[in-house]
Design a protein around this ligand. Structure first.
Ligand SMILES: Nc1ncnc2c1ncn2[C@@H]1O[C@H](COP(=O)(O)OP(=O)(O)OP(=O)(O)O)[C@@H](O)[C@H]1O
Ligand SMILES: [Mg+2]
Length: 358
């Protein structure tokens, strides 16, 4: 599925994938010589204040402040990375997009186009002139009387949001070539053409995105505020320590749950349970909208939160399906000295890497 094609496509081989999260900016530089794309360089810049002072979160601050800060952070990141290209593809966070599934009687492409535009007007909360719109057919079913219906995934993003990203990139001297909602780049990266019905659970700092993908395309998305920072805050308040120390403890110990780590696990697990409940709820809602859809067979954990020690095993036990951590770098060449860092980089860079595979 292509999104927002009013922006032109990359011209030469090398490109930057840019992921502006709520508390960090991640950028990859990808070279495209030969068959396998190559990770030439990457950078992750965390806003230092984000852990202790929650009001400095990148995405949640006021629009102007956000643009200014994000632009400055991005410039700092570019200064440090010195990428060879300024051509960039950036992602829009899931929470900035409005995503819904429409059911329409089976019809030809031209009529479908008109019908989707008409329906979009009914369901999208803002005037159509103020949003960029994209859609794709994601399924079909027959009702009790034997009539066929198409299911169409509709995504809209406010133009203000798009202009904001254009502004940030322009301020940092980047040539923004296209924008894509992160659920799409994650699905391209982590599922690709694999038909297996899959949950992608993207555990970021401020929010967790849940994507249902089957036959290689997005069918449904959901979101919850339970996320990486919930675990840190729980540790900080239960142990009466500051957020920076809590963040360290979280990364060091995880939810392995034995010996000296037992108490830490019991503090964090209720928040993982909240994420897991949201996955189960998404499963339920998805299957009630897509009657007869196949059972979801696996979950892929991504986002920085997927690096929590023991998370995979815990999710697997609770969800009752195989759970793996994202491994996007399997599809890239990269310098050998990066090898020891790959397990931790994988879930953090999945989104920015996926952008470059368009
Ligand atoms: N080794 C680790 N163990 C546990 N948590 C980790 C680890 N490494 C990173 N995290 C957590 O991952 C989160 C950051 O993830 P990510 O970089 O995906 O977030 P983001 O994209 O900035 O935020 P969002 O997606 O919410 O906008 C933080 O909460 C951080 O504490
Ligand atoms: Mg993120």
């Amino acid at each position: 599925m292509k999104l927002f094609n009013f922006l032109s496509k990359p011209q030469d081989g090398s490109v930057l994938g840019l992921d502006i999260g709520t508390t960090s900016i991640k950028m990859v530089e990808i070279g495209k010589k030969g068959q396998t794309p190559e990770l030439v360089n990457y950078g992750i810049l965390e806003t230092k204040g984000s852990v202790s002072r929650t009001n400095t979160a990148l995405q949640t601050s006021g629009l102007k402040l956000f643009e200014k800060e994000a632009g400055e952070f991005l410039k700092a990141l570019i200064d440090r990375m010195q990428p060879r290209t300024r051509n960039a593809i950036a992602s829009l966070p899931l929470f900035s997009a409005f995503t819904t599934v429409l059911s329409l009687p089976a019809m030809g492409q031209t009529d479908l186009q008109k019908a989707v535009a008409f329906q979009a007007r009914q369901v999208i909360p803002s005037p159509l002139a103020e949003v960029a719109l994209d859609w794709s057919k994601v399924g079909e079913y027959k009702d009790a009387k034997g009539f066929t219906y198409f299911q169409v995934l509709l995504i809209s993003v406010p133009n203000t949001e798009i202009r904001k990203y254009q502004g940030i990139c322009a301020a940092a001297g980047l040539n923004l070539q296209s924008l894509e909602v992160e659920s799409i780049s994650l699905t391209r990266m982590l599922v690709g053409s694999d038909p297996t019905p899959t949950f992608i659970v993207d555990i970021g700092n401020r929010s967790t995105g849940i994507i249902v993908a089957t036959e290689g395309s997005i069918k449904f998305t959901a979101q919850t505020d339970f996320s990486g920072s919930s675990l840190t805050q729980a540790l900080a308040s239960s142990l009466n320590i500051n957020s920076l120390r809590a963040e360290e403890l979280k990364k060091e110990r995880g939810v392995l749950g034995t010996g000296p780590n037992y108490e830490l696990s019991t503090i964090m697990l209720p928040f993982l349970d909240a994420i897991i409940s949201e996955v189960k709820r998404t499963d339920f809602t998805y299957h009630s909208q897509f009657t007869g859809a196949p059972k979801i067979e696996r979950a892929i954990l991504t986002g920085g939160g997927a690096n929590l020690l023991g998370i995979q095993k815990y999710f697997e036990a609770q969800l009752g399906i195989p759970v793996v951590k994202a491994a996007p770098l399997l599809k890239f060449r990269y310098p050998a000295l990066l090898e020891p860092l790959v397990p931790e980089l994988n879930p953090s860079l999945a989104n920015s890497l996926g952008l470059t595979l368009r």
